[in-house]
Design a binder for this molecule. Structure first.
Ligand SMILES: [Zn+2]
Length: 122
């Protein structure tokens, strides 16, 4: 079985079994595709919103600690931001599950196509 020619982060040889020379993680020709996929996840609306809410909570905390904001106002604002945080987290989870379901269905279709071809061939 051919192994991936890539190097792991710890300097060791990648152990992935491959058809060509590299696994998906190490194929230089697919570096663009990998970073597109990674940044797609980072750019998604819920994860941007999460980052935004975290930023506002942190600013709110600084404002209270440095006396720029009233404690009571900050307490109410942080409650509202917490509700937003929960809503966005739920949305993010739902999206992730949808993506997983789509990927599973694609895998299942691939498997069914393969086993169907096998039966016809036999
Ligand atoms: Zn590899």
């Amino acid at each position: 079985m051919p192994r991936c020619a890539g190097t792991k982060r710890d300097g060791g040889r990648c152990a992935a079994i491959v058809n060509g020379s590299y696994c998906y993680q190490h194929d230089p020709a697919r570096a663009g595709e990998r970073s597109r996929n990674a940044s797609k996840a980072a750019r998604s609306r819920p994860s941007r919103e999460l980052a935004n809410i975290k930023q506002r909570l942190s600013e709110l905390a600084d404002d209270v600690l440095e006396g720029r904001q009233d404690k009571g106002v900050a307490a109410v604002a942080s409650q509202v931001l917490n509700v937003c945080l929960r809503a966005v987290s739920v949305e993010l989870k739902a999206r992730e599950q949808l993506e997983l379901i789509e990927r599973l269905e694609a895998l299942e279709e691939g498997l069914e196509a393969k086993s169907g071809a096998g039966r016809r061939g036999a």
